[in-house]
Design a protein around this ligand. Structure first.
Ligand code: 25A
Ligand code: L14
Length: 343
């Protein structure tokens, strides 16, 4: 198969992530002969912009994948559970954004800067990690390789766009209501998110962690291929539209100074170090929004620990956290000739 013959579909194309996937495919000139937009019956017939043209949305159905080589999924976990195996059986390689397949031992969980080799073993379904996990492992991988990591303590400050278009609308509506002396309405989140913080992302589990927190624990171990890595996470929703931030404390196996870490990270793929606090230079979501890189700053030696480092990590959750990472996986599949596979 020649690259230019590729037919690529985006499932969930009308959502916050799906729209960004279409933009990213176009902006990076992904070698596709045809791009298809798939969504639920509610959106069938709608038009979505794609470069200078428009795509007519088709309903996602069991027979949608017959002549499609690659599908990027971002239509929620239930849709992925149902349709990814159907696509895979039809010979279409799926890069799935939902949490449905990430911990399946037969499914590679991939961040191209960190573990591209995991793609070699794919069986037509590849999972894109959780947004908070992606940006953390991009920043920690060079440190992991150089000095080893024993333990990670992370707290997140997550944007509302992570929960999709409806949540973006909810924050906007609440801000407008409050400035007009009206009672804010909440539908997506259990409480008002405007001017508030909610230590609650996804459902709570029996161990009192949230699912989002345990995703960070389990996915990080799987991507770094290190089940002994100790990780604890607190994930928090903040009233930001785009860009997740993370305060990350690590204990390394061997000593790495803050200066060494700064040099190491500034030479690593996908990372931009912004770290000059005296000049008020540090990463912020308003800068990271719309950008591809993972931004790292506030790098300093932890005064309470022998081999400890603190870092502040920020990235656009819809781009590197979702759409861009999925398209980068697709690019790896093309360049390594891993798209055609009989299963
Ligand atoms: O289960 P998970 O994995 O945790 O994922 C949950 C949600 O997280 C987002 C994504 O929301 C997902 O639904 N998400 C997933 N991975 C993410 C990641 N890595 C992520 N967010 C960040 N990072 P979303 O809003 O971004 O995208 C939703 C898309 O999914 C389509 N969809 C839903 N069910 C589908 C389906 N497509 C095919 N078959 C199904 N069964 C959905 O398309 C959207 O594109 P849509 O056509 O259903 O909705 C498009 C427009 O329709 C409006 N609308 C939505 N629901 C209703 C509705 N109108 C009327 N009635 C409704 N009930 C919306 O306004 C939307 O614009
Ligand atoms: O597991 O709401 O990919 O910010 C991504 C978005 C979980 C929830 C995932 C959010 C979802 C998260």
């Amino acid at each position: 198969m020649r690259e230019q013959d590729l037919v690529v579909a985006v499932a969930g194309a009308t959502g916050a992530v799906g729209r960004e996937m279409l933009k990213t495919l176009e902006a990076r000139k992904f070698p596709a002969a045809r791009v298809r937009a798939l969504a639920s019956s509610r959106s069938a017939g709608k038009e979505l912009p794609f470069g200078d043209s428009r795509l007519v949305v088709e309903e996602l159905k069991e027979d949608s994948f017959a002549d499609t080589d690659l599908a990027l999924f971002s239509a929620g976990g239930d849709t992925s559970k149902k349709f990814a195996p159907i696509a895979a059986r039809a010979g279409c390689v799926v890069v799935d954004n939902s949490s449905a397949w990430r911990m399946d031992p037969d499914v590679p969980l991939v961040v191209p800067e960190v573990n591209p080799e995991a793609l070699e073993e794919h069986k037509n379904i590849i999972a894109n990690p959780n947004c908070s996990t992606i940006q953390m492992v991009v920043a920690l991988k060079p440190i992991y390789d150089q000095a080893g990591i024993r333990r990670i303590i992370v707290s997140t400050y997550q944007a509302v766009s992570g929960s999709g278009q409806k949540a973006i609308q909810e924050l906007e509506n609440q801000v407008r209501a409050l400035f007009n002396m009206q009672e804010p309405e909440n539908h997506v989140y259990p409480y008002q998110i405007a001017f508030n913080c909610l230590p609650h992302i996804d459902d709570f589990l029996d161990n009192d962690y949230s699912k989002e927190e345990m995703k960070m624990v389990n996915e990080t171990r799987k991507i770094l291929n290190d089940e002994s890595l100790r990780i604890t996470a607190t994930t928090v929703r903040v009233p930001v539209f785009y860009g997740h931030s993370e305060s990350v404390n690590i204990e390394t196996q061997t000593r790495l100074s803050a200066k060494e870490a700064r040099v190491l990270l500034s030479r690593s793929p996908g990372i931009r170090v912004l770290d000059n606090p005296r000049e008020n230079i540090y990463p912020m979501p308003i800068q990271a929004a719309g950008e591809d890189e993972t931004f790292v700053g506030r790098i300093r030696e932890d005064i309470s620990l022998e081999n400890g480092l603190d870092l502040w990590i920020v990235a656009d959750n819809i781009r590197k956290g979702a759409a861009l990472n999925a398209v980068q996986i697709a690019e790896e599949l093309v360049s390594k000739n891993l798209l055609v596979r009989d299963i």
